[in-house]
Design a protein. Structure first.
Lengths: 248, 235
């Protein structure tokens, strides 16, 4: 409490300086100790055109940049959000920060404030670059699961695991759509997915062929897939001599 | 004046913490690869680090931050190729590692050549350079020239501020020995190319210093199966 008069004095001298520099300011007050707020009044002639404060403030804020993290636009702090623990799978309540935009490298520098080992993002490419292909696979599965859960559709995690495995099998990630499928060797598989005619046209023009080993390719031709019970044939001994009604 | 000094010490402090974190991650990395390091070397506290590696004026002296480590017997075994008729007593293709920090803003070909020469001269099989600045493309071209004597790896200090393998999305990676790899391919009747892949430039592959053709076993936790293993081939 000792420095209170001191602060008032400081405030008054600052007010004087501000008023001197900008004559339109008629009153000025600010938080000298914390620097958290500033309150001032502007006085203009009554015949002056309207002053739009918002754009002026925006410009001032842009000019007085204090700290920024590239790529991160807005942040929201949630004190107790339900999150699923990645290790135990249980739902726990934790304090989290949601951000608009991703900058994983910068986040690692703020280890004192956030736990860098629990960062999650839907930017799979960023995860791949910073944490590697296995983390990217895990993110794909989590994000896919999140989309389905959000719509109340229950999808078995094993389907998503399969998609994650397929997308990351090259060490990077391939999109799971007709573009990612372009590298597939089986034209019928590609055709049965999407844009049948375009894939058929490409196959014709390139003189491509299908050896009918992929499950989709075989289904297109009305054959059993070479998987599961289709992987083998059952042969049994026929009793030709005994005629068809006799069981020998 | 006092303000500027204050700013200076603050920047210094940040620099020390940065160097300390990278130092710890580098040690963890070397230990995770299978080299022998004492536990107190790896888990050095900030204060101990400060007394050891800062100069009198309070700045980090990165030229003092260097260490070497010998491979453990298990690691030697893992990296020894199987004996053949022509080569009944194969030598392990792994040896002592040398780790050095560098605070140049940019590492050129000359500095890289000097480092590689030093590593090959001292018979270090692996040399690791941890940089605060960047590497020039000419310097990168120096690395393969020394490949037959020593393998040079480089990391940015910024990337080592945290240990990426501690992230909850990164499962445990275990590198397989050659014997284990052949056993795996035989058991599942696979060709090498049928395995899923991991790139050599993948951050986790870099962390473990994986070489082309090595197979890494990935132990994931699963909701349905508890724990299960998957494999990736380094390409």
């Amino acid at each position: 409490m000792v420095d209170k008069p001191n602060q008032k004095e400081l405030n008054r001298s600052r007010e004087g300086r501000v008023k001197e520099r900008t004559p339109t300011v008629s009153r000025f007050e600010c938080d000298e100790a914390q620097g958290e707020w500033c309150d001032f009044t502007l006085e203009y002639d009554s015949n002056i055109p309207k002053v739009l404060m918002l754009s002026i403030v925006q410009e001032a804020v842009r000019k007085s940049l204090i700290q920024q993290i590239p790529g991160i636009r807005s942040c929201v702090y949630v004190a107790d959000e339900k999150v699923q623990d990645a290790v135990t799978g249980e739902e726990v309540k934790r304090a989290v920060i949601h951000t608009d935009g991703v900058n994983l490298e910068a986040m690692q520098k703020y280890g004192e404030f956030i736990n860098p080992n629990t960062i999650k993002t839907n930017d799979i490419a960023a995860v791949l670059r910073v944490y590697g292909v296995e983390a990217a696979r895990q993110s794909i599965i989590l994000e896919l699961g999140g989309v389905f859960d959000g719509h109340g559709i229950s999808v078995d995690r094993r389907h998503l695991n399969l998609i994650g495995d397929y997308m990351t099998r090259n060490g990077t990630f391939t999109p799971f759509n007709r573009n990612g499928l372009k590298g597939n060797v089986s034209p019928f598989t590609k055709m049965s997915f999407e844009t049948t005619l375009s894939f058929l046209k490409d196959a014709l023009l390139d003189g491509d062929w299908d050896d009918l080993t992929t499950p989709s390719g075989r289904i297109v031709m009305g054959r059993l897939g070479k998987i599961g019970t289709g992987a083998f044939d059952v042969l049994t001994r026929l009793h030709v001599k005994n005629g068809k009604n006799q069981v020998g | 004046m006092a303000d500027a000094e204050n700013n200076n010490t603050e920047a210094n402090e940040r620099n020390i913490v940065k160097a300390w974190r990278a130092w710890r991650t580098a040690h963890e990395m070397v230990q995770d690869r299978g080299y022998e390091l004492a536990e107190d070397e790896v888990k050095i506290s900030l204060d101990a680090f400060r007394t050891q590696y800062t100069s009198i004026d309070g700045t980090v002296s990165r030229e003092r931050m260097k260490f070497s480590a010998r491979p453990s017997p298990e690691m030697l075994k893992k990296y020894t190729p199987p004996a053949t008729a022509s080569n009944p007593d194969p030598q392990p293709d792994i040896g002592t590692i040398w780790v050095e920090f560098n605070d140049d803003t940019s590492v050129g070909a000359e500095a890289m050549r000097k480092f590689a020469k030093f590593c090959s001269h001292e018979h270090y099989r692996t040399g690791m350079m941890i940089l605060s600045g960047n590497v020039s493309s000419a310097a990168k071209k120096e690395i393969p020239k020394f490949a037959q004597w020593t393998s040079i790896e480089w990391f940015l200090e910024e990337d080592l501020l945290i240990n990426i393998t501690h992230h909850e999305l990164v499962p445990r990676h275990v590198i397989l020995s050659r014997d284990e790899k052949t056993a795996l391919l035989k058991r599942y009747r696979l060709k090498e190319t049928q395995l899923p892949r991991i790139l050599q430039r993948d951050p986790v592959a870099k962390y473990f210093g994986m070489r082309r053709g090595q197979v890494v076993k990935i132990i994931r936790s699963s909701e349905t199966a508890g724990r299960y293993a998957s494999y990736r081939l380094c390409v």
